[in-house]
Ligand binder design. Structure first.
Ligand SMILES: CC(C)(COP(=O)(O)OP(=O)(O)OC[C@H]1O[C@@H](n2cnc3c(N)ncnc32)[C@H](O)[C@@H]1OP(=O)(O)O)[C@@H](O)C(=O)NCCC(=O)NCCS
Length: 182
């Protein structure tokens, strides 16, 4: 789906444009996926596992733009793409229509300025407007900033899933399954 662009202000007074992704954003999004995968261990993929072609990424963006209940919300600061927050339905199954999943990541240099909160508030309001009844997410158990943000927005932990990621050094991390009633 498409989202009417809005401008919000982050904690340091910068204007942050929020809008839905367009196919022309594909190159910036591939760069973002690789770079954020490099910057944090809290995302699912290693940087070299981001190997979609530009055309595949463009088609993916189009499929989300043309869907009725999925949204890829992008944030921009001074014209620069700085992060994404997505809203995903569970497809067309009627028994799952009340549920959606959210996911978010910003470039590291834009973390800690309230932009994650702005984006999630926006996406959760859209989810409610679209008729979803609950928003769900999984988060690495050792990601205190993300967990603090989710809890402050009303998400609660319902399950701890052991060993959901294994890193190259042989260590594991658990995930938390969190949910918020909309
Ligand atoms: C997680 C993420 C989206 C949060 O967005 P953000 O813009 O950095 O977060 P915000 O600044 O809006 O809010 C973070 C909150 O956590 C708090 N916080 C920050 N560091 C914290 C810590 N170590 N422990 C507890 N709370 C912390 C902040 O005080 C803030 O709360 P407040 O708004 O009440 O002051 C962002 O940091 C990010 O993209 N991180 C890397 C990728 C990632 O981890 N994605 C989530 C995967 S599930």
């Amino acid at each position: 789906m498409q989202f009417e662009p809005v401008i919000r202000t982050d904690r340091s007074g910068r204007k942050i444009l929020l809008r839905s992704a367009e196919p022309e954003d594909a190159a910036a999004l591939l760069r973002y996926l690789k770079e954020t995968a490099r910057e944090t261990r809290f995302l699912l993929r290693e940087p070299e596992e981001i190997n979609l072609t530009l055309e595949q990424e463009m088609r993916f963006i189009e499929s989300i733009r043309d869907s009725e209940r999925d949204l890829m919300l992008l944030a921009f600061c001074d014209g620069r793409h700085i992060g994404n927050c997505s809203l995903m339905s569970f497809g067309g199954k009627s028994r799952l229509r009340h549920r959606c999943e959210v996911a978010i990541a910003l470039y590291m240099e834009f973390c800690g300025c309230g932009i994650g909160r702005l984006m999630l508030e926006t996406v959760l309001a859209e989810a409610k407007r679209l008729g979803f009844e609950q928003a769900e997410l999984t988060v690495a158990a050792e990601n205190p900033r993300a967990i603090a943000l989710y809890e402050s927005l009303g998400f609660a932990e319902y399950a701890r899933l052991p060993k959901q990621a294994k890193y190259r050094d042989g260590s594991y991390s658990d995930s938390l399954w969190m949910m918020k009633q909309l």
